[in-house]
Design a protein around this ligand. Structure first.
Ligand SMILES: Nc1ncnc2c1ncn2[C@@H]1O[C@H](COP(=O)(O)OP(=O)(O)OP(=O)(O)O)[C@@H](O)[C@H]1O
Ligand SMILES: [Mg+2]
Length: 435
């Protein structure tokens, strides 16, 4: 295995690169190490996955605990992969994240749309007033319009005099983003980019047909349920619901008067989100608190506690989808991912409440140690590697285009660009390739 150090640009763009995704979740931190070849194929070399208690509802609330978990996860991943991890693509989530529609317009110089025109129109689209304590995380183009022709995904090379774009701006609370970066930096890591977690999850679990047809990705983690809509091959909206699998566990602990750890075990081993799937005579043993003897309880009682909470979460998802006005355009239905969707019967409840076909999304598009990440809770980690891989390839392609074409010469983005700096253009590259 090549002992490469990630984060260092290779001398030739053809050398494989190491890309690391760092998913800092409410219940666990996962570091996924991928090797990316010149064609963009990703081989998973190592994974580190450790529990984390430093976050509340997707947001860092205890720096020390989070740092410790990141350190352990990265240590485990680099031991398995046999590489030194220096740079990571980190995920960010939480209900502070907002999706705002915006648009931009620019004159086309020279009668043919150049990459520089696209960059200018995207810069224009991001020039809207946002609160001082917030920052733009992504500029997601939905479509470009050249003169009267709309619905264009990549306008470069088209003839016209006026270029317009419709985008979604993803904004986040600067303090929340900075806390993620700070935690990684305290572990000696450099954050190459901060990525909206459901965007990464979508990248890992969706196929091209679903992106074209219209689909919603629902990542149900421990603390949050992240929702991302993809319509006509572009990201149309994203929203975060501050509830997830941990709420189900809390309900069980309270309802059955059992310790939280036992509630979690009961949920995973015997829980079912759909009461009618449980046989009436099934029984489970429930440990008690305060030294009392364990009790035998009908398994149906457990699902009677779980079902309303799961219904409530998906009713909120449904309402948020209705509010976007895009519900009718989700022809491919919903793809559920995140550890929370491993609950038995949950896909059935989701299908009934959302009123659309549902499947559980596992990370795809990677080889190597794929079996270690072949579960819904690793969608974000794998997606971050795929996002990072695409960013690297786009940067390499842009660099070689600059070398060969004087028309596309652009000032090179410095390698140490701040993580909260403009990244709409980089994202455009990724989006073009991915969607
Ligand atoms: N087999 C299972 N059955 C039911 N629930 C499960 C199972 N495995 C994991 N979960 C639940 O999945 C949740 C954790 O999912 P995940 O690892 O995706 O969350 P996270 O990324 O840490 O959190 P978040 O994305 O909300 O910040 C927990 O609530 C856990 O109880
Ligand atoms: Mg998560």
């Amino acid at each position: 295995m090549k002992p490469s150090k990630n984060g260092q640009k290779s001398a030739t763009p053809r050398e494989p690169e190491i890309v690391v995704g760092l998913d800092i979740g409410t219940t666990k931190v996962t570091a996924v190490v991928g090797e990316v070849d010149a064609a963009g194929a990703i081989t998973i070399l190592g994974v580190g996955n450790v529990p984390c208690r430093g976050l509340v509802k997707g947001v860092v609330s205890n720096i020390d605990w989070t740092v410790r978990s990141i350190h352990e996860a990265v240590e485990a991943a680099q031991q398995m992969a046999g590489v030194e991890i220096r740079t990571v693509y980190a995920g960010v989530a939480g209900s502070h994240v907002r999706s705002i529609p915006s648009d931009g317009v620019a004159a086309v110089s020279g009668g043919e749309v150049q990459r520089a025109d696209v960059e200018r129109v995207l810069e224009g689209a991001r020039a809207i007033p946002i609160d001082a304590d917030r920052q733009i995380l992504h500029v997601l183009p939905r479509e470009f319009i050249v003169d009267a022709q709309d619905g264009i995904r990549d306008p470069v090379g088209m003839s016209g005099v006026r270029l317009q774009t419709r985008v979604n701006l993803i904004t986040a609370a600067t303090s929340c983003v900075q806390n993620v970066v700070r935690c990684a930096e305290r572990c000696g890591l450099t954050v190459a980019d901060v990525v909206l977690e459901p965007l990464a999850s979508a990248e890992a679990v969706l196929n091209d047909d679903e992106k074209e047809l219209g689909v919603v990705v629902i990542d149900m983690g421990g603390g949050t349920t992240d929702v991302l809509l993809c319509v006509d091959g572009a990201i149309a909206h994203s929203t975060v619901i501050p509830a997830g699998g941990n709420n189900v566990t809390s309900d069980i602990a309270t309802g059955l008067r059992t310790p939280r750890a036992e509630a979690e075990r009961l949920k995973r081993n015997f829980g079912c989100a759909l009461g009618r799937m449980v046989a009436d005579d099934d029984e489970i043993e429930v440990p008690s608190v305060g030294g009392h003897a364990p009790r035998r309880v009908a398994r149906r009682v457990l699902s009677d506690i779980i079902e309303p909470r799961v219904e409530e979460i998906f009713a909120v998802v449904r309402k948020r989808l209705e509010d976007t006005g895009l519900l009718e355009q989700l022809s491919a239905g919903a793809v559920l991912t995140g550890g929370g969707v491993l609950l038995e019967g949950l896909p059935q409840v989701a299908e009934e409440i959302l009123g659309m076909p549902v499947r559980v999304g596992y990370p795809v598009g990677v080889s190597g140690l794929h079996s270690l990440v072949n579960a819904p809770q690793f969608a974000t980690g794998v997606g971050l590697v795929r996002y990072g891989a695409q960013s690297l390839l786009s940067a390499q392609q842009a660099a070689s285009a600059r070398d060969t074409s004087p028309r596309t010469q652009q000032p090179r983005e410095p390698d140490d660009a701040p993580v909260d700096g403009p990244r709409g253009n980089k994202f455009l590259d990724w989006l073009r390739a991915a969607f």
